[in-house]
Design a protein around this ligand. Sequence first.
Ligand code: SF4
Length: 417
Amino acid sequence: MARSIYFHSLGCRLNQAEVEGIARRFAAAGWTVVRDPVQADLCVVNTCAVTAQAERKTRHLLNALHRANPTARIAAIGCLATLEPQRLSAVDGVAWVVPNGEKDRVGEIVTGQEVPAPSFATAPLLRTRAFVKVQDGCDNRCTYCVVWRLRGPARSRPLEEVVAEVQTLTQAGCQEAVLTGVNLGGYGRDLGLEGGLRRLVETILARTDLPRLRLSSLEPWDVSAPFFDLWAEPRLCRQIHLPLQSGCDATLRRMGRRITVERYARLVEAARAAIPGLALTTDVIVGFPGEDEAAHEESLAFIRRMGFARLHVFPFSPRPGTPAARMTGQVPLPVRRERARQMGVLGARLAQSFQQRFVGQEMMVLWERRQSGGLWRGLTDNYIRVVTRSTGDLSNSLVPTRLVSARESVLVGEVAW
Ligand code: SF4
């Protein structure tokens, strides 16, 4: 009787949250969740279709899983399973292709019987930092994006359900929960929930003892200056991920983004004024159709001015059926790659100067796991990666740590105990 199962999530935090939810179901139903696919009878892969590169990664992973364990049956679920079901079902080892609309039934589809959601009281804790899905779908129409088509209209989970899940994760020892969705900033709009995301955050902080709450990506047009007052509560992590996508207004208009660079800059100013030590992180697309050298330089200059703590850079990837894929002025791939390289260099420099500011300070670090070589890896609330050596067991502990030096993309810490 097949009883061991392996999970892998590609792409966004929402995919990660969904996989954690499904894994908790199987674990509560008596299955063994294994970290090595070689030991698995079943593998579940939450796929991604946001870029052509994400598609390639998905296919590569499915082939690698089948080579590593030819007897395991694979379920390919999620966005690429929604976009390209036929092509995925032709991949060796793939026994099930489950689109987004059917994801909640993946247990039943692969086992032939219902795998009920565990009562929150029994849900096992699978990670130090738990991703919690609070919303799905999107009503925006950015011209380069397929996500809204693959995940459908915006819809929110009931507030009480989310609070109950966070309470259970906290009781199970979770130190940090990350609220995630496709369009988190629109949380509650479809429920007519007054205050929306603000109300959800306030309720979680008021009704649970969760040590750290983090928000994932927020569209800039969904937040305004008063929203940042929430950070008066120190349990709310000082990281805001605010996708910019381009630092050039003409490009933003062609992207269908409902923001201008000056409005974005004012929002950033308000956030920084309200939240000392804030890590502002973002996404940027380079080489969007119609982006000439001047527009690219304008984007670089604006991003330099914003001084982001972390930059996720995406060379434009034409997605099937999107307006951007049909636009004139497509930028040649080598140019897109070169612009991504330039933006990446800038991003690395900005990230280093951001984390350098905290050397010498003592901060609370959530230590997650020991890597090979005995180094522990942890994270501050403002998204700085920290490493340390310790003979003690630091796993899943929030500990005051002196940040003594910088090393490439991490800071070195000394645990103050
Ligand atoms: S906000 Fe724009 S980029 Fe994000 S999921 Fe919606 S349509 Fe796509």
